[in-house]
Each structure stands twice: as structure tokens, then as C-alpha cells.
Design a protein around this ligand. Sequence first.
Ligand code: NAP
Length: 492
Amino acid sequence: MSAAEELNRPARADLRFAVIGAGMSGLLAAIKLEEAGFRQVEIFEREGDLGGTWRDNTYPGLSCDVPSHVYRYRFAPNPHWTRRFSSGGEIWQYLDKVARDYGVRDRIRFNSEIVRAEWDGAAWQLTTKGGETEIFDIVITATGVLRDPVMPDIPGLEDFERPVFHSARWDHSHDWRGKRMGLIGTGSTAIQITAAVAKEVGKLSLFQRTAQWVVPVENPEISEREQEALAKDPKRMEELYFFLADRFQNTFARAVVGDAEELAKVEKACEENLATVKDPELRAKLTPNYQAACKRLIMSDTFYEEVQRDTVEVVTEGIERIERNGVRTKDGRLHEIDLLVCATGFEAHKFMRPMQIVGRDGHTLDEEWAEANRAYRSIGIPGFPNFFTIVGPNSPIGNFSLIMISEMQFAYIMRLVDRIASGEAREIEPSREATDRFNGAIADAMTGTVWVSGCSSWYLDRNGNPAMWPWDFERFEEEMAEPDFNDFRIVS
Ligand code: NAP
């Protein structure tokens, strides 16, 4: 360690950190903790590789609908994105490269699921699935949101004798080209799959329970010349980052939290896009009966073109059951298929569970969240000292670049960690009063959002409340800028 690094070392550089998860936000935490001078950082990853959602999802057509030049770490610009919205594979490679460049990859403890975390009055005892236990001073969970796939609860699924898998567990050993594919779901995933496979599939039966609004967004290539120009000019990349962030924050992100003018623009774009579907019968099938952006808005400028191919049938009749060789709809028809893909979404409200988390005085997270998942500013939970969460409940998922959000949340967490590292605090956790106040304000503000305008979506928790950020980006920036230590229970 250099003399300067030595000087900048926090007083308690020996603090032991557990980072749980090696996806986008876990990698961020690991890199930033190291940068801050902490040397005892263990990174636990349930699976055998890093990258979270970008490791799990490999389906045809996968890309991110946040522009790549803003879907990157602030500290690691990438001039080599090949498209405005890069493919999932490219994003995974970026995360992998960042993890290697910052020396994190080799330190990740793969296949190490943490099944239990218990506060023993002074520190956290973590237990792995293998039964080993270790003690940590601070726990940072970075377990993601759309992590655990949900298979549809349709009778007969287990009777299907041909390949069947969830979109987030794509089985590449089965070639779908020229085959009859059944695809259940019409969320962002299924729309991307449809657009990608329609040309080469033998036949695609797209089982749609609910039609979706689709806003057309172009995805042009970024030429090698442009990439080289960006590589030579980091300032331009930085400007691009802020330009894109600003556009996102002031258009779509405002539309969903009560800006009627912006929402009207989104609606108009969706309606005009839908009008490009020529066949009135198909257009009627694809017409949603709820407000645009109530469900997660889908961005695609190819879906309508591709769904009009002769190879695609949009099946709106409900599914009765799945049989040995196909899907039987309620009208009695059997849709024979060779391969069934369930793009049926994720358990979006589990957060760090099923990990058992036992906080102060034996109080468990399951008890704390028995009614609803309530955190303080998404990052902390009363009763759980020195336990912090990146992309916890009510994070602005879906409105902004999630990497940017994670960075802001992590910077905030670091302000709390600083208190512990400097020796000013031994324990820090949000107060119950502040957490209730925060959640009360969230509930009040939710009434003005498009998410409660009358549709079902994964945004809604089991009480029907959106687990989202109901304000604009400025509010998020303000809340993340500086912790109000009056809102915390601090034990020194
Ligand atoms: P999703 O949005 O939760 O969609 C699940 C789909 O499956 C819905 O159409 C749902 O119908 C249908 N479904 C579920 N159970 C069913 C059943 N039993 N029978 C028939 N249909 C059933 O999941 P997702 O498409 O994987 O997307 C999840 C989120 O991931 C997105 O909203 C987005 O935030 C993110 N994502 C982003 C991108 C991107 O960046 N472009 C790509 C993929 C995913 P109902 O609508 O009727 O419930």
C-alpha cells in the first residue's frame, strides 16, 4: 500500500464486510469498498459465475432498454458498446471485464449461497448452504430483484414431454430454428424473444394473457469509427452519459410519476406504433385495455413488424392445460409444439430471501416484512444494525439506469459505513419512526403514479402497492445526497 493510501485508510480498515451477490451491484460494492481502503471484503455468490441477471438471461433477442452509454458504472466508461441498446451478452462481458480489471473476479466465492445471517449483538454471523459460518461487522446485500424465475401455475406442465424451460434458464441445447415454439407471456422478455425468433422459427404460438403497450425505440449500431472516436475522447463519453441520463429522467421517468404531458407523449407514441399493425383482427388482439406505462412499458421497434409474420400466431384464448405434446386452450384447440418457453416473469418481492435474516433481539426479516417490504430509503431496515441493501424495496427500478441508482445508494451506504469505520458508531440502523415516515410518504405519493391506474404487474406487491419510487429523479438525488443521521439509531 502506498503512503497516500495508508494515510487515507479508514480508522477501522480491519472491518469485515460480507457482500452478498456478485451481480451488477455486488461488484460495485466490492470495488468501492476496496477503493475505500477496506481489505476484508468477502463476496458471496450463489451461482457459479458473476453477472446476476446478465448471467441468467441468455435468450434470443436479449438487450437492455436503457441506453448502454448510461447503463455502465460511472468509474468505468466503455467506448466499445456496439449498439445504442447493447445485447445482454455484451453487458455481461462488460461486467466481467470490470470485475477483472478491478481485481474482484478472483475473489468472488462462487457457489456460496448464504442461507442465514444472524446479528449476535455485536456482529453478523453468516451461514453458507454448506453449513460453514463466518463473522462479519457489516453486511451488504446485493441480491437483485428479478432473480428467481416463476414457472406458470398451469395444470399439466409436468406432463409436457418435449423441452420446456423458463426464459431466464434458456436451454441452448435445443435448436428452435424451424421448430414449433410455444411462448407463454408477453412481458419485455417475450416481446424481445418474439422479435428475435419470428423469422427463423417454424411456427411461434405466442400465448398472450394481457396485451402490452409497446413504444418504438430504435436501436442503431455504433460504428467502429464512432467507438474509436469515443475511446479517444473520454470527455465526450461523459457528456453522452449525462445527456442520456437527462433524457431518461425528464421524459419517461417523469411520465410514470404524474407528469400528464409526458405520459400523453408516451401514449401517443404507443398508439401510433400499434396502428402499424395492418390486420385489424390482430391489431385488436394486441390492443391493451389499460393505460400505457401502467405495466412496465415495452420498448421495441421490431415487435409489431415481426409479430405480423405468417410464422407467428397470437393466441388470446386462455390456456386450459398443457398436454404431452402441446398447449390446450379453453376453446378445446390443441396447439402442438416442439418446445415450450415460459417467459412468465420473476418473484420480484423476495429481495434477499429465502435467506433467513435474524436481527436485533431475535427479530427476523420475515416478521419485519410480514405485512409488506418496508425499508428506509431502500437501503436499511429498523432492527437490523450494520445491514445494508442495494436495490432494496422501493428503489427506482424501471425508471432510470439501475447502475446509476446502485451507485447512488452505495455512496449513501458508504456515508453510514464511514461512521462505523471512524469509530463514531458501533451500530447504525434506520429508526422505526423514520422508516414509517418514509413509507407513509411513499404510500401517499403512489396515488399519483401510472402504476395504480388499473392493471396488474410485477411492480405491485401482494397488497397491490407498487414497490417503486413514486417521485422524480431530483427527489432521489436529494434523498441520496446526504444521510440525515437523526433518522438513525446509532450506538457508539
Ligand atoms: P413479466 O413482465 O413479469 O411478464 C410475465 C408475462 O407472463 C406476462 O405477460 C404475464 O401475463 C405472463 N404470465 C405469467 N403467468 C402466466 C400464466 N400462468 N399464464 C399465462 N401468462 C402468464 O416478465 P418479463 O417479461 O420477464 O419481464 C420482467 C421485467 O424484466 C420487465 O418488466 C423489465 O423490467 C425487465 N426486462 C427488461 C428487459 C429490457 O431491458 N429490455 C428485457 C426483459 C426483461 P399478465 O401480463 O397477464 O400477467
